[in-house]
Design a protein around this ligand. Sequence first.
Ligand code: ATP
Ligand code: MG
Length: 458
Amino acid sequence: MTDCSVIELSRLPKQLRTVARIFAEAGFSVYLVGGAVRNLLSEKQPEDYDLATDAVPEQVMQLFRRVIPTGVQHGTVTVLFQAERFEVTTFRSETTYSDSRHPDTVEFGVDIETDLSRRDFTINGMALDLRTGLLHDPFGGRQDLADGVIRAIGDPAERFTEDALRLLRAVRFATQLQFLLADTTRAALTGRSRELSAVSMERTRDELAKILRADHPSYGLGLLRDCRLLAAVLPELESCSGNTTPDKGELFTHLVRCCDLAPKEPIELRLAALLHQIAPVEVPESGVSAQARSAASAHRRLKALRFPNATVSQVAHLIAQMGFEYRPNWDDSDVRRLISSVGDEYVDALLAVARADRMACSDDLGVQQLDELAGRVSRIRDRNDPLTIRDLAVGGNELAAAGIPRGPLLGTVLEALLDAVLADPRINQPERLLPLAQRVYERLADQDEGHRRGSPRN
Ligand code: ATP
Ligand code: MG
């Protein structure tokens, strides 16, 4: 064990120091653990503060006024102190894991060294004593942090067998920190995708989302593929490995590059970029486009991964719309039609994903044209051109007053009016739309009548 003073306690927020003093004055030990220690050692700002202590949850609850019993059976409570919150977990030692995910029992009250030994990776197995400022680093986490290595604590194969979530956490930390997996750790996690079935879809989703929000998700996705874990997370993406198309080259490589090149937030952009071409290009029989099939596949997969419904449908929608092909000779009515069919609220996202796709193909001209399209879209918005049925100068009431009955044909009439207005916004006035509506309605009604006459009676 190496004990050394490396982090000035004065660098920590005042509230944390006060909370630590309250533990110490009551005779308890208290350590900072987890990501905050990693961040402090790498001169990064911690996002949250996880604490470990020998006080049991009931004792912690007595020490502070505002405490949420987050997971008391696992020894975790959340202490709210002034504007800060701290996750406090009682020292634990775990025994056997029979379900590849959760310890069978949790025991409290041992020391920090035992507590650190049940943690997953050396860089996560360090603790800063908040009473003394000494760093406990029994597994060489500081060295691994400096070297950029993710290394399991203890026997890697055993640690992954205990808890399969660690397979994904290893890849996730490697991706977020841009670290390598230690050889033995990498060997131990390779080929264990079947064990990932013990991990809930929600946890799998959370780890995937963290990989996708990293600077280079392609690194993590490549690790998942190379370590043969991808089939348990995104089997459709795994199937793209080795498939080549004439314009995009090897599909897996293309898709993960697109993902890197798409904006990080909102996550829908990277999901759409990653999954925009996951359906096999062949299988033409169905008559359904590759784009629509990729959208349907992405929808199924993201739903299974329990992404929120809004995310699932937005990603599927973006993928379904990815087939548009902008040409500089489009006139403004073509641009308006695109905005109208995609939905104004999705256009910026669609252009961002399409741009990533063009960049991934090193298609500079394509990128330039999309930028031009974005400029045209914003000019159309500035002009307030009508783009939806809601923007029409007449609605159902005006049409009804002009003698067009409410019924199934009314929607088709409105569609026709929108089409005309998209072609020429100047006609968006009641006196021009109403006669047009009447002509369209009469034609539709005639057709309808014709159909009914021609259809066999029975
Ligand atoms: P971040 O919060 O930035 O994702 P973190 O390291 O704080 O990173 P948490 O998931 O908050 O990660 O967990 C806090 C600590 O708990 C980890 O650093 C690790 O020591 C331990 N830990 C979390 N999950 C596991 C696990 N499945 N197996 C072993 N130890 C774990
Ligand atoms: Mg944390």
